[in-house]
Design a protein around this ligand. Structure first.
Ligand code: SAM
Length: 328
C-alpha cells in the first residue's frame, strides 16, 4: 500500500474504549441493532463499535461541523451503516426519527446510546477555537461555530452579577466575585479580544498563594464554555430523551468529566432505576415500577493503568443503565 493509501492515524485514544465496547456487547451483538453516538467527536468510540459489531448501524451526532467532517472521513469505509447528523444532542429523538425515515423504517427505538461528554481533543488542540487557556486565541468557545454567542460576547455584555453567578455555578470558582469585578473594571478601559487578555486579568486578580494551587483561569474557562454552549440545560433534556429512545434491553452509557454534568446523569439514572411509588402505598402499581436497572453500581473510574496511558481519562465518571420495561 502506498503511504497515501494508509488509513489516517488519530492520535487520541478514546477514553475507556474497551470498557465501553464491553458494556454495549450484550445489546449490540447480532443483526439489526442501532446505536446512537451522541458525541461523535473524532469518531474513535464509533469506529470501535462498528468494527466490533459488524452488523451494527450507527447514528453519530455532533454540534461541531469540524468533528463531523473528520469523523465522516474516518468512518467512510463503513458505508451506509453510518448516519451522521449535525445537531445539539437534545435533538436526539428527531435525529433518530429522521434516520429511521431515511432507512425506510418506522422503528424509532434504538439499542444503545453513548455520551462521551465535554470538549474533544480536536477542539482543545485547535488554538483558534479559544477553548484552551494555555493558548492565546480569539475568545470563541462555541462548539458549533455556525451559531450562537461567543465567550467574547459573554465577557463584553454580561453585568458583574451575572458573570459572578456563572463563575460560581458553572466553575464552582471561589474567587468568582473578585474575577467578575476585575473583568468589568478592565473592559471599561479596553475590551477583551483574546483569551490571553483574559488570562492576564485573571492571573493579576489571583493571590500568589492561590496561583500555586492550579491555573487561575481553569474554572472561569470551564464556566464560560458551559454558558456559551448551554451545556447543562441541554444535557438535562438530552439524558431523559436518550433513555426514552431505548428499547427494552437497550443501554445508556455516559462518560462525564466534571461534577455538574455527572450530577445530572446520576439523578436521571437514579430516578428511572428506583420505584416511584409513594412510601405509604401498600402495593406497588405497574406504573411505579422502575423502567431501568443500573449496569454499573454508582460511577466507575479509570484505573491507574488507563490513567497512565491516557491522562484524559483521569477525571472520568462512567455510568450505565439498561432498560427493563416500558412504563405501564
Ligand atoms: C469528548 S468528545 C467525543 C470524543 C469521541 N467519543 C471520540 O471517540 O472521538 C465530545 C464531542 O461531543 C460534542 N458535543 C458536546 N456537547 C454537545 C452537544 N450538546 N450536542 C452535540 N454534540 C456535543 C463536542 O463537539 C465533541 O466533538
Amino acid at each position: 500500500m502506498a503511504a497515501d493509501d494508509q488509513p489516517k492515524q488519530f492520535p487520541h485514544t478514546p477514553v475507556l474504549l474497551e470498557r465501553i465496547v464491553e458494556l454495549f456487547t450484550p445489546t449490540l451483538e447480532g443483526a439489526g441493532k442501532v446505536v446512537v453516538d451522541a458525541t461523535l467527536g473524532m469518531g474513535g468510540h464509533a469506529e470501535a463499535l462498528l468494527e466490533r459489531f459488524p452488523e451494527l448501524t450507527l447514528i453519530g451526532l455532533d454540534r461541531d461541523t469540524d468533528a463531523l467532517a473528520i469523523a465522516g472521513e474516518r468512518l467512510t469505509r463503513f458505508g451506509d451503516r453510518v448516519h451522521l447528523v449535525h445537531t445539539v444532542y437534545d435533538g436526539i429523538l428527531e435525529a433518530i426519527a429522521s434516520v429511521a425515515e431515511e432507512r425506510g423504517s418506522d422503528d424509532d427505538l434504538v439499542d444503545g446510546v453513548l455520551f462521551d461528554l465535554g470538549v474533544s481533543s480536536l477542539q482543545l488542540d485547535r488554538a483558534e477555537r479559544g477553548f484552551a487557556y494555555s493558548k492565546d486565541a480569539p475568545l470563541d468557545m462555541r462548539m458549533d461555530r455556525t451559531t450562537g454567542i461567543t465567550a467574547a460576547d459573554v465577557i463584553a455584555s454580561y453585568d458583574e452579577r451575572d458573570l459572578r453567578s456563572i463563575f460560581q455555578r458553572y466553575g464552582e470558582e471561589k474567587l468568582a466575585s473578585r474575577y467578575a469585578k476585575a473583568i468589568v473594571e478592565r473592559r471599561a478601559v479596553k475590551p477583551f479580544e483574546r483569551s490571553g487578555d483574559l488570562v492576564d486579568v485573571l492571573t493579576k486578580a489571583t493571590p500568589v498563594a492561590v496561583q500555586r494551587q492550579g491555573h487561575p483561569a481553569k474554572r472561569v474557562f470551564q464556566a464560560l464554555r458551559i454558558e456559551v454552549n448551554a451545556e447543562l440545560s441541554v444535557l438535562e433534556h438530552a439524558i431523559p430523551a436518550a433513555m426514552d429512545a431505548l428499547r427494552v434491553g437497550g443501554r445508556l452509557v455516559v462518560e462525564a468529566y466534571q461534577s455538574l454534568e455527572d450530577r445530572i446523569v446520576k439523578r436521571e439514572i437514579a430516578a428511572r432505576t428506583t420505584s416511584s411509588a409513594p412510601a405509604d402505598l401498600p402495593v406497588e402499581l405497574p406504573e411505579h415500577l422502575p423502567t431501568f436497572t443500573p449496569v454499573i453500581k454508582g460511577a466507575e473510574m479509570a484505573d491507574d493503568a488507563e490513567r497512565a496511558a491516557n491522562p484524559r481519562a483521569t477525571p472520568v465518571r462512567l455510568r450505565a443503565a439498561e432498560r427493563i420495561r416500558i412504563r405501564a
